[in-house]
Design a binder for this molecule. Sequence first.
Ligand SMILES: C[S@@+](CC[C@H](N)C(=O)[O-])C[C@H]1O[C@@H](n2cnc3c(N)ncnc32)[C@H](O)[C@@H]1O
Length: 508
Amino acid sequence: MTGPDNAKLARFKELLLARCGLGFEKEREVALIRGVRQRMASRVLEDSDAYYGLLTGDAAEFNRLVELLTVNETYFFREPDHLRLLVERLIPEIVGERKGGQVRIVSAGCSTGEEPYSIAILLHEWYGAESGRLFAITGVDIDATAIDRAKQGVYGKSSFRGADAGLLARYFEPFGREEYRIREDVRQDVTFEVVNLLGTVYPASMQAPDVILYRNVSIYFPGQVQQAIFSRLAGLLTEGGYLLVSATETIHHDLGILSLVEMDALFLYRKLPDIRIEDRRYRRRAGGENETATGAGGIAAPPAHTQGGTVRHGHASKIDARARTPEKRAPSIVAADVHALFDDALGLARNNRPDAAIELLDTVIGRDGTFVKAHSLKGSILLNASRFDEARGACKRALANDPLCLEASLMLGIIARHEENYDEALRRFREAIYLDAACWPGHFYTAEIVYARGDRKRARSGYESTLRILENGSLAEHERAFFPLAFKADQFVAICRHKLSLIKDQGK
Ligand SMILES: C[S@@+](CC[C@H](N)C(=O)[O-])C[C@H]1O[C@@H](n2cnc3c(N)ncnc32)[C@H](O)[C@@H]1O
């Protein structure tokens, strides 16, 4: 018996993508062929067309194939930092603000249940027997067999590789020879349902959650499916609610739908009210984001103590200043003389006296090494002078003091691009856009790189984004917004228009 050939395989791929978002391109194709062959053998079918026909008409068979193809890998207390943040910080905050009613937590793509049970166990540790009353925990997954196993709550050793022995002893009882069953009261705290996250309707148990965990699920979804599911989950969340993805997935989801916030050195998403671009500009100005040390100045990083300006608007990605850990920022009061020296350095840089400006900035940094703007201004002066290695050093120091220093990411991208390290450049530009979706140089340089690589579709979108931003508001303001020493925004507008017309012609 053989598996489907390429043309036939494409039909299976389309079906799985359309119905449950699963992508089987490139190296994942082998898994699909193996799965289809295995199911054809079980159904004693020799012909992949016949199996395809069966698959489209028989929901149970379709589920069988999906179960074979989904990766159920999970274990208790996976990525414990997330769980700690959830239980020790987010939940107490939500409980404290809640006037009544349960705090609702959804584990989307819960596999065999280790994730929602881990949360239930930790909540028992904190809230004891009260936790059943205070919290409603729901686990959902497309895989019906995994959900059945989750409901049984019986686990083998591999599920406990991340578990603390004390918790294991308190919350599980031996079951059979090599397995353990979760304590009955904890099991009852979690409800499970079979749900296709790409399906049309989500059940009542998923509605209005305060927290959604959506970890290690989206990795096999193609981009548009990731976006569709993320948007839908975001739509479910209550105002102020949180959505946690795994650390490796974070950047893929920064689609401007939820606010990206940093807490305890972890990134997570939060549903916050939208902030319009006008309000954001106002905030940037009100936060002092002009060109001096007392402001956040486009030339260098927003000062750590006025990061309120980093709240992004509507469509854009957002970093919420409220959620940033103040103790990780630069001191809130930077000595007045340091401010004054910084302003002088800025003046010198603007008046084309880079060496004098750098000398002064070194004095500033000598007095206050956490002054992020001084590092990033130094970086931009060095970059203008094509002193790339030194510029990189300055940017890295800026990032060491403020990992969210957009200008440093942007400059590191420009340096990497200059060095023809395009993957690194793209990563840095993505970071910059992730910090502020209105970062037009990030969009522009991304478009330039992907255009050179022949990806016209992505390039067009990058040039269009750049134009959209630059054509909205004053060019002078845009020039100064991120990196004003070298950029002439009108030139970028002209280049974008030119490239878009080339792309249009090439498309004919
Ligand atoms: C690797 S497990 C992740 C389990 C858990 N969230 C964790 O981080 O340990 C991924 C789960 O996503 C589920 N999944 C994949 N596509 C899905 C879809 N369209 N709807 C619901 N669940 C899906 C799979 O069945 C699988 O159990």
